[in-house]
Design a protein around this ligand. Sequence first.
Ligand SMILES: Cc1cc2nc3c(=O)[nH]c(=O)nc-3n(C[C@H](O)[C@H](O)[C@H](O)COP(=O)(O)OP(=O)(O)OC[C@H]3O[C@@H](n4cnc5c(N)ncnc54)[C@H](O)[C@@H]3O)c2cc1C
Ligand SMILES: *[C@@H]1O[C@H](CO)[C@@H](O)[C@H](O)[C@H]1NC(C)=O
Ligand SMILES: *[C@@H]1O[C@H](CO)[C@@H](O)[C@H](O)[C@H]1NC(C)=O
Ligand SMILES: *[C@@H]1O[C@H](CO)[C@@H](O)[C@H](O)[C@H]1NC(C)=O
Ligand SMILES: *[C@@H]1O[C@H](CO)[C@@H](O)[C@H](O)[C@H]1NC(C)=O
Ligand SMILES: *[C@@H]1O[C@H](CO)[C@@H](O)[C@H](O)[C@H]1NC(C)=O
Ligand SMILES: *[C@@H]1O[C@H](CO)[C@@H](O)[C@H](O)[C@H]1NC(C)=O
Ligand SMILES: *[C@@H]1O[C@H](CO)[C@@H](O)[C@H](O)[C@H]1NC(C)=O
Ligand SMILES: *[C@@H]1O[C@H](CO)[C@@H](O)[C@H](O)[C@H]1NC(C)=O
Length: 624
Amino acid sequence: MKPNTSLLCLGVFLSGATALKPRALASDSVLLTEEDIGDFSAIAFGDETAVLSDPTPSVPCKIFPDDNAWPPETEWAQLNETLSGALLKPKPAAGACYQGPDFDLQQCQFLLANASMTHFWLDDPLVALSEWSQGRTCTLATNPEGNCTRGGFPEYVVNATSVKDIQAAVNFARNNNIRLVIKNTGHDFGGRSVGAGSLSIWTHWLKEMEFIPTYRIGQYRGMAAQLGAGVESWETHNFMVTHNITVVAPGYATVGGVGGWMSNGGHTYITSKLGLGADQVLSLGVVTASGRYVTADPFTNSDLFFAIRGGGGATYGVVTSAIFKAHPQVYVTNSALNLMLVPPSDTTFPQPNLVTDPEIFWQGVGAYYRYLADVLDAGGYGFSYIYPMGNNSFTFTTTTRFVDFTQEAAAEFMVPLYDELRAIGLNVTNPSMVFTGPYATPRSGGASPPSNTRYRSRLLPRENWEDDALWNQTMRAIRTATEAGFDNDFYFHGTLASPTAEVAGWPGRDNAINPAWRNNRMHAMLMDQTPSQSAERDAMFSSYMDLFRAAAPNAGSYMNEGDPAEPNWQQAFYGTNYERLRRIKSERDPWGLFWAPTTPGSEAWAVSPVDGVSVSQNGRLCRT
Ligand SMILES: Cc1cc2nc3c(=O)[nH]c(=O)nc-3n(C[C@H](O)[C@H](O)[C@H](O)COP(=O)(O)OP(=O)(O)OC[C@H]3O[C@@H](n4cnc5c(N)ncnc54)[C@H](O)[C@@H]3O)c2cc1C
Ligand SMILES: *[C@@H]1O[C@H](CO)[C@@H](O)[C@H](O)[C@H]1NC(C)=O
Ligand SMILES: *[C@@H]1O[C@H](CO)[C@@H](O)[C@H](O)[C@H]1NC(C)=O
Ligand SMILES: *[C@@H]1O[C@H](CO)[C@@H](O)[C@H](O)[C@H]1NC(C)=O
Ligand SMILES: *[C@@H]1O[C@H](CO)[C@@H](O)[C@H](O)[C@H]1NC(C)=O
Ligand SMILES: *[C@@H]1O[C@H](CO)[C@@H](O)[C@H](O)[C@H]1NC(C)=O
Ligand SMILES: *[C@@H]1O[C@H](CO)[C@@H](O)[C@H](O)[C@H]1NC(C)=O
Ligand SMILES: *[C@@H]1O[C@H](CO)[C@@H](O)[C@H](O)[C@H]1NC(C)=O
Ligand SMILES: *[C@@H]1O[C@H](CO)[C@@H](O)[C@H](O)[C@H]1NC(C)=O
């Protein structure tokens, strides 16, 4: 199937807009041709319509490295030739710490002591930053026990620098029935960027960015930015500075703006003002499961355009680049409020923001959260943690962000909250503004060490802020769960944002993000620091998450920062969009080529992990 140019013209004509085609990125201009394919049938294109009309007997499993059907070295070498040498068979980096031929003391010491302060892990073709997802295999440790095995890491990686590389990889995996995964930064918290026995498409080096001063499509007239799939937030920030614009980008410097962040939602601290990542997209370059490169926008391949913007990464195709809205510069003013509950015996008490009475502490936490509804309605954002410190003591840390508020206006906005806190009995001094400056700030790559946190999430709707009984139930859930955190090694994380349909505008409001986001006040998370994978631990988390579910039964959960074992994930992560998304998935990928946990259609397949880690990717992928 060729990019549907006639539909594009019709759409643009109907919308009354003049098509102003941006210059394509260089990586988007190199396509796989029939000449490249020649007689190498392993990289020939597929045809969805043929499969849909005459379904071949379904293969029970993806093939695995030692299977007879696994392509011989010569075939991989031929693929490598098509890719001009971009096929990698990397060894797990932490192998340097294991006894054996790959042992390298100096490299191991670098990994343990220094790598996490550098961009090292981001430039690793295999690693997923949530270690548990790759299974109990080759984890980084001093004098580790056992052997370094490949585990959930891919077998081969395509270091893609063009659409052609991606097309060849997609065709090769589909034609050979090999598991395919897509990795960008590897930040995914659900094990969606690794997979045992797979071929991985690594989008990390698709780094081009192009400023488009005037872009017109449908109702949109304005600035835009075309971003390659591998661009990280810090790179977008530097680009924004250069062009004096705002592009909505992940808050954390090394998260990718075009990969999983956008395709599952993408919240950040200007989201109540300008929308989610998925709300910014005007057009996408996509390699579909058939290996064809298409444009997806409101008028062309509109099913893909709908689904990819919020309906899950890694399941409809490989995004090669995206055109995002670009807004004029905005500036951000931050206000910090921290409270601490300490035991009466604490010798540092009294001090401002310290309290010894738990009732007063939790009333203060509740007052802050409830007040944030007003901040969100004014385009702001809240970011908070409640850490149990032992002996029933807790710290509550918050940053409140205002967009396009002066320091004075932001301070004034917070005064009613501080009055309320003092009335409750908290000894707080008036708000301090910790930062005011442009959203677009020069940044450097920063560090991203692998970690082991597992998330559980619930999106809490605005009704819970408006009804006293629901509000009390919401705060009881937060308090009960967080108080259990100390004995169970987890803590609470709440981010507050309101990306309403109105804020999303056109075409964002018609995308596939979890509808719970449109009505959201707080994304409430329990952060498991020692995911042991025992059934008891899972049941313990379930019981606390049930308190949140009971408080917001019709809402949902945010997949990017949610639990890969979320019960009824179809409803929780996709809400009423689920059936439509699953239909698009089955039409666009009748082979079941793209697969990642809890993406639409993924229930048709499952991994059987060989390491006892129930949600790891260390095992063969088979049909259920
Ligand atoms: C430190 C940290 C802070 C974070 N903060 C936030 C935050 O503030 N707000 C927020 O919303 N989220 C946040 N996240 C979560 C983040 O959105 C997810 O981890 C997200 O999946 C990262 O996307 P990625 O492309 O960078 O990572 P990857 O792990 O590389 O990819 C994630 C998923 O997207 C798929 N994918 C990647 N690229 C493509 C592509 N080109 N085409 C198709 N599929 C693709 C992958 O297969 C995988 O399923 C944070 C994560 C971390 C680690
Ligand atoms: C692919 O080719 C390049 C360059 O020829 C080579 O360096 C690389 O090792 C090859 N990859 C594999 C997996 O053999
Ligand atoms: C780690 O960094 C420090 C400070 O830059 C340096 O002195 C040390 O040699 C490094 N260690 C390794 C093992 O690379
Ligand atoms: C590690 O590998 C060696 C050599 O292959 C083998 O003898 C040993 O049993 C392995 N150890 C474990 C814990 O699997
Ligand atoms: C991947 O490709 C990029 C761009 O060509 C290159 O800079 C990088 O070194 C490659 N990475 C690996 C691990 O080969
Ligand atoms: C940046 O853009 C703003 C409008 O958004 C404009 O007022 C300002 O002059 C621009 N700055 C520069 C240096 O061009
Ligand atoms: C309030 O904080 C001040 C320090 O700023 C301290 O002197 C005072 O004792 C505190 N009052 C109470 C009631 O804790
Ligand atoms: C808890 O309080 C007890 C009694 O005051 C004290 O002995 C103990 O050290 C405290 N533990 C922690 C973790 O603070
Ligand atoms: C909510 O809790 C407050 C404080 O405990 C209480 O005064 C109020 O009556 C409760 N409201 C409802 C409707 O339960």
